[in-house]
Design a binder for this molecule. Structure first.
Ligand code: MN
Length: 479
C-alpha cells in the first residue's frame, strides 16, 4: 500500500467529503478491480495483533502503556463493579473503518490486515480483527453501523444478503460473552441520502431508509444488542428557503413511530436512542441537542419509547458542555447512553477524540452516578485516532487511555459524593425551600396573592453567597 497509484489517490480525493464525517462507507476503500493490489485475499490466518498481550490492570504506578492504571474491572466503587458502571464498547466504524482521511488529505492508516478492497472476504477478516481487539482489550461490547460491517450491494436485497453473511460470522465470533451495546443503520454516506433519510422530500428514499432500519434493527436483535441508535446524519436542512421544516419533522416522527412498532413486532426489547447533534454535515440538524430532542419526543408522544445517546463532542458543537447535556437528559429521564469522546476547543468541528481530560471525566461520571448508571446503555468509544497516529498499537493505547480517564473520573466522582461537602453546599443553597412555605410552593399550592402577602411580610430578602469558588475548591480537591 506504500506505492499508491495516481488513480487510487484520485479516488481517495473524490471520497474526502465523506471521510470527513468519520464513518467510512463502501465507496472509500478501493474497489476490487482497481489494480492487482486490490484483490480478495481470503481468510486471514493467525493473529492480527501478535505483539499485543491481553490488557491487564497494573495500577497507577505502572509505566506499561499496554496496561490499565485506573480501570480495574472487578473493583467495586459505590457498591457496583467498575465494569458495570462503565459498560465499555468498541465502535467498529472508527476503530476498523477509520482511514485517517480528512477533508484535505488522503488515508494515512494502512492496517496490515487491510487489502484495500471492499470485498466480503475483507469484511470478514476485519470482523475477526475486531473480535481479537475486543478480547485483548477485555471489554464485552461493540457498536456497529450496517454498511460499515458489510459491503453495500447493487440492490437492497444484495446488501441485506451481505449483511446476513457478516452477521452470521459476528454471531459466531461473539461467543457467549460479547454482544452489541447497540447497532444502527448508516443513512448518510450514500448519495441517495443527500437530502436526508426519514426527512428526505423523496418518498422512495423514506421507504429505502425504513427498509434499512428494519433490517439493521433485526440483526441487532439477532446479535443480542441491548439498544438501537438513530443518528440523523442528514436529517436537517441546508437552507429553509427550499425546506418545509414542519413536514420534514412530521415525517421523522412517522418514521420513528414505525420503528417503535417494528421493534415490538419482532420482540426486540432494546432501548431506542436518539443521538443529538446540532450541525455537520447539514447546516442545521433536527436533533440539535438534548432539550430540542426531548421536545420533539414530547410533541410526537414518543417520550416513553426513546432515550438519548449523548455524545460529548456533539454537546460542545451545540454550545453546551457535555455535563450540561448529560444533566438535561438525566433530569428528563432520558439519559440512556454516552458516546465517549471529546472535541478540540480550537478546531471547533467534530474531531471525535478520545476523552483524556480528568476534570471533564469526573463531571461526566457525576451525572452517570446520579443516573444510577447507564444500563442497558453504556460508554461507546465513538472516538478515533488522530490522523497522524498510524501504529496498530495506537488503537489499543487510545482505548486504554480513554477507559482509564473515565475510570479515574468514576473514582473522583465517588470521592466527591462520599466526602459530601459539595452535596452539602448545594443542599444549603436551596434549604429555604425546605421550609413550610417553600414546600407549599414546590407542591404548587402557593398562588400569587399568597406570595405577595409573604413578600410584604418578609420585606427585602437577604440573599446569600453562591460559594462558587468553594464549590470549585471541593471539586478540584477530588481530582
Ligand atoms: Mn462525533
Amino acid at each position: 500500500m506504500i506505492k499508491m497509484r495516481s488513480g487510487k489517490i484520485l479516488l481517495l480525493l473524490l471520497c474526502l467529503n465523506v471521510v470527513a464525517y468519520g464513518v467510512i462507507g463502501a465507496s472509500q476503500t478501493c474497489p476490487a478491480d482497481l489494480s492487482s493490489d486490490c484483490n480478495d485475499s481470503g481468510e486471514w490466518e493467525g493473529e492480527f495483533f501478535p505483539d499485543i498481550p491481553k490488557i491487564k490492570y497494573e495500577g497507577p504506578s505502572s509505566k506499561n502503556p499496554l496496561s490499565f492504571k485506573w480501570y480495574n474491572a472487578e473493583e467495586e466503587i459505590l457498591g457496583k463493579k467498575m465494569k458495570d458502571w462503565m459498560r465499555f464498547s468498541v465502535a467498529f466504524w472508527h476503530t476498523f473503518r477509520g482511514t485517517g482521511g480528512d477533508p484535505f488529505g488522503a488515508a494515512t492508516k494502512f492496517w496490515p490486515w487491510e487489502d484495500g478492497t471492499n470485498s466480503l472476504a475483507m469484511a470478514k477478516r476485519r470482523m475477526r480483527a475486531n473480535f481479537e481487539f475486543i478480547n485483548k482489550l477485555g471489554v464485552d461490547k461493540w457498536c456497529f453501523h450496517d454498511r460499515d460491517i458489510a459491503p453495500e450491494g447493487n440492490t437492497l436485497e444484495e446488501s441485506n444478503a451481505n449483511l446476513d453473511e457478516m452477521v452470521a460470522l459476528a454471531k459466531e465470533l461473539q461467543g457467549s460473552k460479547i454482544h452489541p451495546l447497540w447497532g444502527t443503520a448508516q443513512l448518510f454516506v450514500h448519495p441517495r441520502f443527500m437530502h436526508g433519510a426519514a426527512t428526505s422530500p423523496e418518498v422512495a428514499v423514506f421507504a429505502y431508509a425504513a427498509a434499512q432500519v428494519k433490517k439493521a434493527m433485526e440483526v441487532t436483535h439477532y446479535l443480542g444488542g441491548e439498544n438501537y441508535v438513530f443518528w440523523g446524519g442528514r436529517e436537517g436542512y441546508q437552507t429553509l428557503l427550499n425546506t418545509d421544516m414542519g413536514r420534514e419533522l412530521d415525517h421523522l416522527a412517522r418514521f420513528l413511530q414505525a420503528a417503535v412498532a417494528h421493534k415490538k413486532k419482532i420482540g426486540f426489547n432494546g432501548t431506542l436512542l436518539i443521538e443529538p447533534k446540532p450541525q455537520e454535515p447539514t447546516k442545521h440538524q433536527y436533533d440539535w441537542d438534548a432539550a430540542t430532542s426531548a421536545n420533539f419526543l414530547r410533541k410526537y408522544d414518543l417520550l416513553d419509547e426513546f432515550k438519548l445517546n449523548i455524545e460529548c463532542n456533539h454537546a460542545t458543537l451545540s454550545g453546551h458542555s457535555c455535563h450540561h447535556e448529560l444533566e438535561t437528559a438525566r433530569i428528563n429521564g432520558l439519559l440512556g447512553n454516552i458516546d465517549a469522546n471529546t472535541g478540540d476547543p480550537q478546531i471547533g468541528w467534530d474531531t471525535d477524540q478520545f476523552l483524556t481530560d480528568i476534570g471533564e471525566a469526573t463531571l461526566v461520571m457525576l451525572s452517570v452516578i446520579r443516573n444510577g448508571g447507564l444500563a442497558p446503555g453504556g460508554f461507546n468509544f465513538d472516538a478515533k485516532l488522530r490522523r497522524e497516529s498510524t501504529d496498530v498499537e495506537d488503537l489499543f493505547i487510545a482505548h486504554i487511555s480513554g477507559m482509564d480517564t473515565l475510570a479515574r473520573g468514576l473514582r473522583n466522582a465517588a470521592k466527591l459524593i462520599e466526602d459530601g461537602s459539595l452535596g452539602e453546599l448545594v443542599r444549603k443553597r436551596y434549604q429555604s425551600f425546605d421550609s413550610e412555605i417553600g414546600q407549599q410552593i414546590e407542591a404548587g399550592k402557593a398562588d400569587f396573592d399568597f406570595l405577595e402577602k409573604k413578600a410584604m411580610e418578609w420585606g427585602e430578602p437577604k440573599v446569600p453567597s453562591a460559594k462558587q469558588e468553594l464549590a470549585e475548591m471541593f471539586f478540584q480537591s477530588a481530582l
